[in-house]
Ligand binder design. Structure first.
Ligand code: DON
Length: 598
C-alpha cells in the first residue's frame, strides 16, 4: 500500500498535497496499461573467473596513471583507489580533495562482499540552523557556500587510511607517493581549472591561505602554468607517515583549526579527532537480470535509483517513441526526487522508511499514477532554476585483475569548495554544508531542498546525491558514477538504462542527458539531448522543457552539458575489459592494461 507513506510525519503544506495529487492521477489514468511482462533474463554463460587485466577510468589522466602505477607495483584495486583518489585531490582541486569527502563502493573478489565506505563530511557543533540565517531569517547564501561556515569536517583523508589499512596490500605511504610527487613537482593547469578559478576568485582571495597557493606575484593561475602545492605535499606526507593522526591530530589539525578560526568559523579539536569513516551496507536490487549495487543513505542516489528503476521495470521503453520514453523516465525521476526531499538524510540520525521506498509494491503504486501521455504537475512553489555548476566533484571506476572493484565519487561540493585553505595546509575546505536543508523548504545550490530529515545537527552527515554504482549480469560487470550535484542520480539512471540496452562504456559516457528533480518542475536537457520535435511532443503532454537552443524554452537556462561519467566494464564472456571516459571532460582518461591475476 502506497499512500500510508504520505501520512503526517512531516507537517508541511506541500507534503499534504501529495495524497490528493496521487488520488487525482489514479482517477485520471485507470486505463493506463503499459505494464508488460518482465523482460527475459540473460542465460547464464561460461564466464571467466578473473579479468584479463585491469582498467581505470578517472577524471584526470595523471590520476589514471597513478592508479596504474600502483597496480604495476603489486597493489590491488583498493591501493590503486588510494593513488587515484589522492592524485585527483591534487590535480582537480576544483572538484574534490583532502578537505572534502566521498563515497567508496568496494567489491572484494575474494569474499564476494560489497561495502560502501562513507567518508562524507559531518556538521560541526557550531553549525546550528540559526547560524545560517541572516537578520531577516532568510538563508544566508554567502555563509552556506563560501568560507568556514560552509565547510563540514572532512572525511576523505580517513577514507584513504581505511582503504589502505583494511583493504589494500601496500603501505599507505607507497600508494600516496604519486600524489605527493605531483603536488611537489606540479602539473599543467588545464582550461577548466583556470576558468573555475576566475568564477570563484572573489571568494578564494578573501583568505590568505588560499592566496598563498593560487596567486603568483599577485597573479592567479592561468592555463598552462605549472601548479605546485608544496604545502599540500607536506600534508600528504604527514598522512602517509602517521595515518589518521597525520591529518586529524597534531600539526595539520592545529593548522586547520587555526585557519578556520581566523576566517571566523568554529571547529573543535574533538570534532576533527572524532571523525570516523562508516562502513555502510550498499543497497542491492535486481533490474532486468542485472544485480545493481549502489550507494545507501546518506546518499539519496541508491534509494532514488531503486524507485526509478522499479517504476520503469515492466515497460518496454525501447518500443516507445522517444518523447513517450522520455516522458515515462521523467515521471519516474519526478517521483523519486519528491521522496528524496521529504524522507532522506543521515541514517544515524533519521528514521527512514527505506524498506517501503525500495519495495516493488511502492513502485507499482507510483507507476499507477503515471499517465501515459500527460505530465504530472509537480507542486510548483519554488520557481528557482537549477544553477549551472558543472565542474565540481569527480568519479573514478576501477576493476583489477582479480576482479576487485572500486567505484568512488568524491567532492568538495561546488567549484573549489568553500574557497578557504587554512594557511600552511594546502587543504581546500569543502562547502558541503549547503547540502543540508539549512532552511526547510529553501532550495540549495542545486535547486533541491529538504526538511527535518536533512536538517543540520552536530555530527550529522548531509544528504548527498553521489551514487557510485555496480551492475552485474551473468556476463558483464560494470562500475559507473559521475559528478553533477542533484543530476548525478539521473545520469546514473540513464547510464544503467544505456548498459541495459547494450551500449558500450564509451557510449554510456557520451549518452545525451536530461533531468527532472520534481522541483523546479522542468525537464532540463543538454543541447541536442533530443530534437525540438521531441521537446514539442513533451510540451504537448504538459511538460515544461528547457532544451538549450530551443527558443521556446522560456529563458530558464541550463548549462549545455553536464557531468563527467567515468565507467568501466568487464565482459566475462568475451574476456575483455573496456572503459568509458566522458567526452565532456577533455582531461579524463580510461585505460586498460594487460596484467596477470596476482
Ligand atoms: O554530495 C552531493 O550530492 C554534492 N555535494 C555533489 C556536488 C557535485 O556533484 C557538484 N558537481 N557538479
Amino acid at each position: 500500500m502506497t499512500l500510508h507513506l504520505f501520512s503526517s510525519r512531516i507537517n508541511h503544506r506541500r507534503f499534504l498535497v501529495v495524497p490528493a495529487l496521487l488520488a487525482l492521477l489514479l482517477s485520471l489514468a485507470p486505463e493506463f496499461a503499459l505494464a508488460l511482462a518482465p523482460p527475459a533474463r540473460t542465460e547464464a554463460a561460461t564466464v571467466a573467473a578473473t579479468p584479463p587485466g585491469a582498467v581505470i577510468s578517472s577524471g584526470h589522466r595523471l590520476a589514471t596513471e597513478a592508479g596504474l602505477q600502483i597496480l604495476a607495483e603489486g597493489g590491488n584495486a583498493f591501493d590503486a583507489a588510494v593513488a587515484v583518489s589522492s592524485t585527483l585531490s591534487v590535480v582537480e582541486p576544483i572538484s574534490s580533495g583532502l578537505g572534502g569527502g566521498g563515497f567508496f563502493l568496494l567489491h572484494d573478489a575474494r569474499t564476494g562482499k560489497d561495502v560502501m565506505l562513507d567518508a562524507r563530511e559531518y556538521a560541526p557543533e557550531s553549525a546550528t540552523p540559526a547560524a545560517f540565517l541572516d537578520k531577516n531569517g532568510e538563508l544566508d547564501r554567502d555563509r552556506s557556500v563560501n568560507g568556514p561556515w560552509s565547510a563540514g569536517i572532512p572525511g576523505l583523508p580517513a577514507a584513504l587510511v581505511e582503504l589502505a589499512g583494511k583493504h589494500g596490500r601496500l603501505p599507505l605511504a607507497q600508494s600516496l607517493a604519486p600524489s605527493i610527487r605531483i603536488a611537489r613537482d606540479g602539473f599543467p593547469v588545464y582550461a577548466r581549472m583556470a576558468k573555475g578559478y576566475q568564477s570563484r576568485r572573489e571568494v578564494m582571495e578573501r583568505y590568505p591561505g588560499t592566496r598563498a597557493v593560487y596567486l603568483r606575484n599577485g597573479k592567479p593561475i592561468a592555463e598552462g602554468d605549472i601548479f605546485r602545492q608544496p604545502e599540500l605535499a607536506h600534508t600528504l606526507e604527514l598522512l602517509a607517515s602517521k595515518g589518521f593522526d597525520g591529518f586529524y591530530r597534531g600539526e595539520t589539525a592545529r593548522k586547520l583549526l587555526k585557519g578556520v578560526k581566523q576566517a571566523g568559523g568554529r571547529w573543535t579539536a574533538e570534532e576533527l579527532a572524532g571523525y570516523r569513516v562508516k562502513q555502510r551496507t550498499p543497497l542491492s536490487f535486481d533490474y532486468h537480470g542485472w544485480k545493481i549495487t549502489t550507494a545507501p543513505p546518506p546518499s539519496s542516489g541508491g534509494i532514488a535509483l531503486v524507485e526509478m528503476l522499479q517504476i520503469l521495470e515492466p515497460w518496454k521503453l525501447e518500443e516507445l517513441d522517444e518523447a513517450h520514453r522520455i516522458h515515462l523516465v521523467v515521471e519516474a525521476m519526478r517521483r523519486a526526487y519528491r521522496d528524496r526531499t521529504f524522507f532522506l538524510g543521515d541514517p544515524d540520525f533519521v528514521d527512514m522508511p527505506l524498506a517501503v521506498l525500495a519495495s516493488r509494491d511502492y513502485a507499482q503504486g507510483l507507476r499507477a499514477t503515471i499517465h501515459p501521455d500527460k505530465a504530472t504537475p509537480s507542486d510548483l512553489l519554488s520557481g528557482k532554476p537549477t544553477p549551472l555548476e558543472d565542474d565540481e566533484t569527480t568519479h573514478f571506476s576501477i576493476i583489477d585483475a582479480q576482479g576487485n572493484r572500486v567505484g568512488a565519487t568524491q567532492t568538495v561540493n561546488l567549484l573549489y569548495g568553500s574557497g578557504l585553505i587554512p594557511a600552511g595546509t594546502g587543504v581546500l575546505l569543502n562547502n558541503e554544508m549547503d547540502d543540508f536543508a539549512l532552511k526547510p523548504g529553501t532550495p540549495n545550490a542545486f535547486g533541491v531542498m529538504g526538511y527535518e530529515a536533512n536538517a543540520p545537527k552536530a555530527g550529522k552527515r548531509m544528504l548527498s546525491s553521489m551514487t557510485p554504482t555496480f551492475m552485474e549480469s551473468p556476463d558483464r560487470v560494470v562500475v559507473l558514477g559521475t559528478p553533477g550535484g542533484s543530476r548525478i542520480i539521473t545520469m546514473v539512471l540513464l547510464g544503467i538504462l544505456g548498459y541495459d540496452a547494450g551500449l558500450s562504456p564509451q557510449q554510456v559516457s557520451a549518452l545525451p542527458r536530461y533531468h527532472h528533480q520534481w522541483l523546479p518542475d522542468v525537464i532540463s536537457a543538454e543541447s541536442g539531448a533530443f530534437s525540438t520535435q521531441v521537446a514539442d511532443a513533451l510540451k504537448a503532454m504538459g511538460h515544461e522543457v528547457d532544451l538549450p537552443g530551443d527558443t521556446a524554452a522560456g529563458g530558464r537556462g541550463s548549462s549545455h552539458v553536464w557531468g563527467s561519467l567515468q565507467t568501466v566494464m568487464w565482459d566475462r564472456k568475451a574476456g575483455t575489459l573496456s572503459g568509458g571516459s566522458d567526452p565532456r571532460n577533455p582531461v579524463a582518461e580510461a585505460r586498460v592494461v594487460e596484467q596477470a591475476s596476482p
